[in-house]
Structures are given as C-alpha cells and as structure tokens.
Design a protein around this ligand. Sequence first.
Ligand code: BGC
Length: 779
Amino acid sequence: MNRSHRHSIASAALVLLLGCSPAIAGLTRKHKVSPTPAPPATPHASSQLEDKKLNERVDALLAQMTLPEKIGQLSQFTAGSTITGPTGQKLDFDAMLPKGEIGSLFNVTGAKETNHYQHIAVEQSRLHIPLLFGLDVIHGHRTTFPVPLAMAASFDPDIVQQACRVAGTEARQDGINWVFSPMVDISRDARWGRIVESAGEDPYLGSAIARAYIRGYQQGDLSKSDSVAASVKHFAAYGAAEAGRDYNTTDMSEIRLRQVYLPPYKAAVDEGAATVMSAFNALNGVPETANPFTLTKILRKEWGFDGMVVSDYGAVGELMKHGIAGDGATAAQKALTAGVDMDMESNLYHSRLAGLVESGKVPMSVVDEAVRRVLRVKFAMGLFEHPYTDENLPPYQPTPEKRGLAKKAAEESFVLLKNEAVPGTGRLLPLASDLKSVALIGPLADDAEDMIGSWGAQGDAANTKTLRGALADKLGTKLTYVKGTDILSTDSSGFAAAVAAAKNADLVILALGEAGSMTGEASSRAHLTLPGNQQQLMQAVTAAGKPVVLVLFDGRPTAIPWAATHVPAILEAWFPGVEAGTALVSVLTGEVNPAGKLPVEFPYSVGQEPLYLAQLPTGRPAGDADLSHPPTNSEEKYLSRYIDAPNAPVYPFGWGLSYAQFTYSNVKIEHTGGTSKDVGEITVGVDVKNISSVPGVEVAQLYLHNTVASVSQPVRELKGFHRIFLQPGESQHVEFKLHFDDLAFYNVDVQRVVEPGTFDVYVGGSSKADKAGSFSVLE
Ligand code: BGC
C-alpha cells in the first residue's frame, strides 16, 4: 500500500548562508559522527504485512470463516490478574476458544499458561487460528530497565533498542508475542501520571526513541522466534489530556496535532510497527476509539498502515460514557467502522457485532477488513507455523549481561541537574574519595519496590539493588542510614535522627521523591512538589550545615525550586530499575560520568503547566522572543508572564551537566546541494571539545527557530542531537544535517510546507545553547 511522503508542496526554495558565529580557535581532530536518530532498519515489518503471498493466505483463510469466527478474531480479553480497568465479566475461555470466539488474550504470562490456551485455540478450533498474547511490557519484562521517561533522558536510541531486545526476548520466553509498547504520546504536562511512560515533550526526540522501540521489539522481522509485535499507543494525542487529568478530553488545532503530536506515531508506523492502540481520550469532541479522522483518514489512508488497531482497555464500551453511543451496539458499530479492528475487553464486538452485520448496520466488508488486519499480523509472526512456547527453557536468570545493560541504561538516564562548588569543599560530585562519613537519608534510599516504577511487568523487586545496599557495599561502616520519613507521611518524628546523622557526617545524600505508584495510569497529580513532608525533611537536614547531595526519584518533573537554590548538588534518578543502586553509586563516585539530558522541562510551580520549550511566540513576550534572555524591563506589566512566578522552568529541556566540561567552536553552516524546488541539505558543523581532565559523553544538540512564517513557529525546536564520547582534551567535529522535514511546518491549509525565510540556529549542550548563526530559504 501507499506509504505517503508528501513533501512536494515545498515552495521553491534556495538556501543561503546568512552568517554564523566567528570561528573560535581550537585544534580539532575531524571525524564524522553518524547521525542520530539512525535511519529506519530494513526490511520493515510493514513490508511483511504487505507481502503478496501472505495476503493470499489471509484471503484464503478469510474465505473459510463464518461470521462468529471472524468476530472471534476481533475480540480480546484479559485472562490474568493484572487489570487496568473495570472487568466484571467472568468468561469461560476454555469453552470459547474451541468455537473460535477469541482472537487474543492478554495479561496471561508463562510458557505453560499461554500454551494451555494456545493448544485449545490451535488444536480444538475449526480453523486452527493461533492466539496473540499481549502484555504491558513497558520498560523491561523480567529485567527491569529505567522507566521510559528516564530511557529518553539518555538521548540514546541505541540503548533503548537494546533494552527492548532484552525485554522482547524475555517476554517471548514467557509466551508473550505482543507488547503494548511503546507509548509515544507527547507529554508536556507534568501533572499527567502517564508522562512517565513517554519520551517527554519533544516530537524530534520522541520520534527517534519511538523508532528505536520498534527496532528493538520487532527487529525488522516479525517472524523471528524472539521478535514481539509492538503496539504504538495511544493514538492519538492522549498526552494532551486537559489539566493533566488522566482520560480527560483533548482539544487542539489540526496544525498542532500534526506538527507536535503525530510525528512519533508516524515514525513508529514508518519503522514497521505491527499494531497501534487507540487512545481513551476524545480529540476535539470525538473519542479516539471511534474517530475515523485519526484511525482511517490519517493512519490507514495517509500513512498506509497495514497492521491492526486494538482499542484501549474497555474503551469501546466507554463510548457510551463519552456520550456518543446510546447503547453497546452503537458503540461497537462506531468503533469498528472508524477503524478499531480489535476490541480489548469490552466484549461488545463479541456480543453485538453479529446483530449489526445481520441488520445491515455494519457491512461485512468492514468486518473482513478488520479480520484481515489481525490475520496479517498472525501470519507475519509465523504463529501458524510456531504457535507454542518452549516450556523447557531454564527459569529466568538475571544474567550479568542483562543486568549490565540495565545498569548502563540507568547510568545513561541520570541527569546531573546541579553541581555547585561548596566553600571549603569544592564540587560535591563526584564524591571525594577521602570522605570519612556519609549520611544517607530519605524514604527512597532503601526502597527496592519503588525503584521498579510503574508498569513493572514481571520485574521483581527482590532482584533490585537499592542505593543504600550499593552504597553500603562501597562505603562499609562509613555509611549511616536514616529513613527520616515515609514518602507520603506527615509525621516528622524521624527528623531528629536524620538531622543528628547529618551533623555527624562529612556529607549527606538525600534520597527523596515519589512512590513508583504515583506515576503511570490514573496517577495524575495536582501538586508537583515533593510528596508528604519530604520538603520539610530536606530543609531540616540542609539546615544542619553539611554539604548535601539530593538524589531525586520520580516519574515526572518534580517542582524543586527550593532545592535548586539551596542544595548544591542534585542528581535526577527517575525510577532506575533493577540496577538502581549500583548505577547510582557508579555515577555518584565518578566511576561513570553522567550525560543524561532532560526530555521534559522542570517547573518552578504547577501553575506553569503545561510547560515545554517549543512554545509559540506571543505578541508580548517577556524577554527575548527566542528565550535567550529573561524579561529585560521588570517594570513593564503588560507582558505574557506570571505576576508570582517566572515563565522559565527551573531546569530546561535538554539540560544536564557532566563531570567534564565541553566547549563548542568553529560553527559552520553550509548549504550543500539542493534545487530550486527543494530545500536540499543544510549542514551545521561544530567542533566539540572536552576541556576537562576526565572523559565524558556530551549530547550535542541543535535547535532551530523559523523567524518569520505564515503561521507562528516555536521559539526553539530540537532538530538534531549527537551523543559523543570525548577523552580529556579531545575534540570532535560534529555535523548536523537538515532537510525538508526539519524546516517544514503545517500552514493554515494544513499543508506541510517550507516557506522562504530565515532560520536561526542554536548549537550546544542544552536548549539554552547560544545562537550559532542563521540561514535563509529564498523564494
Ligand atoms: C492502558 C494501556 C494498556 C492497557 C492494557 C489500559 O488501561 O491505557 O496503556 O496497554 O490498559 O493493560
């Protein structure tokens, strides 16, 4: 089918170099760095779904199917205890399967357990159609990796891909052939609990990470015995739920939808994602479970998606609560005709579709198309040939290789937010080797359960090393641990012991933050401060006068303006997974140099939300329109700003320090090639140098600002990044390549265009990068 690449609306364009910052002296060793994100892998799973022979098999099978058997393929039920919504139905799967009434089960894990159902489906049903077994494998299956938001902070699609490979292999050994991941919803509101499952606020980073997930799970070949089908969710724009409240409505212009929210889904579909999950929310009044605009017009027709769409949990039934269907039959009719092929858990396709087809309300052709989409995935996965899972595999072992990867992923995900010199002590991190005593204080210091974060799949807290455990291994009797308080407690009776421990120590490490269960589905928060009385604990301990390092655990940006001012060193740890403690110790001690960058902005206060870098300009900007400087005239009232809080975040997008120091020099902007009909290629080259005495990784970032266009464009947008390793004194030449897609936007006719105009370029180690120069696109 057609995969559209509609780039041809570009206005006749000629790119000219306008100017760039003066070259700064510096010896450089020039070598090219391969661009991240990597180009899509080939062959694609999508080409497997398009395969002629495969589709002939699908049609041949379809021709033999009765209506109840077809409806069976479109029906999915939860068969396990992990539920994420109301269930209430007690179905007898052993009796339904021989009749071909089920296409997929989810939440059942284990080779033996899944084989039980698969044997019935394959051996006792008339057409022997195998089942898909789905599960929320979100950040690892048995080996728990950092939560997805943390993985995105690595700015390292490769490690995301590797983690998904491990997760996919483990899931497959447990009988799971379909993972409900990746969640690629752009998330710009820290109140939304599901921000933890996302790659954050930015469509460019989000798209790179989305592609990596698909490559890791599907390996470009669904038929491999250790590939799992991915489910890109939640289509679409679930992350823009109003007020950050889960399941809430979403309302936005088509321009914003296409420019900001759709790109990561599109990237995943282009990478060959086999399935897509529709979202719970309504978009502009139409619930996504019954939205032909997104599911049919965009996904199927514009993007040429040949895989299948599954509803979210019970969402077909929820169309009645949304108020767009008066009864279950209408809900089923609306969902199926809009493009939801499989009904997850609402039981309405199973119970109502036959009647709808018989009464002529749903044409058989619509049912057939949905069944085709389900069968295509099953054939492409080779399930007809290999439906079962080997039950004799050795039990799961958290091998050193897997744990090593989980540790590396966690180390890459940590973001050093602050590391200031303390008088008489110098920078607190990495920890000085001659410390005689360290006090570790806080409710997250020795909490294995919460290191897993939300959606733990089959992850086991018993395998998890805490910060206390790992620090004790390193420091032995030099370490004192005091909990101080509980995550949500208001009881301050433990403060005195914490303050006493702080007074007796050379240095204090505070381990504070959220519980893992405070993020994820149905975990929106109206407050973004540290929960319980942890803020008071932090202030009491800091007042003891000893140098303090804050290690922050959370699944969203926490509002920490006080800590940002009063605590000299802050390490954002997220929920790091099974190797939490060991990874933290290697970064705290400097064995590993932190390099993570924020994929979301950290607010000063909840009132700033939704908060994100790529804001549109206003007519009354407070400060420079491009965010280079804060407001210049504090007397001026009539500006776009708060009277009681800054506009700026406490820590901006892309922010993250290192124990090394990097300089950027010799920026060159070149237009290489291109025609009058197309933008061609713009190359932004820069030399990045490690001027410190320790090796380190830097994530070099490029931002653009389209200064004048027919539709206002964001003040800064990420358009490229490179993760580079530099030895002390080493310099690398980094090149960013910009093409049509990087310059294009949607105009008022919702056409993707590049207009003549000037683009400012910013290159550096965060979104606060200095302007490096600009280039123009002429008529
Ligand atoms: C969530 C999905 C998840 C599904 C199945 C829903 O409540 O929104 O993300 O995949 O449950 O567990």
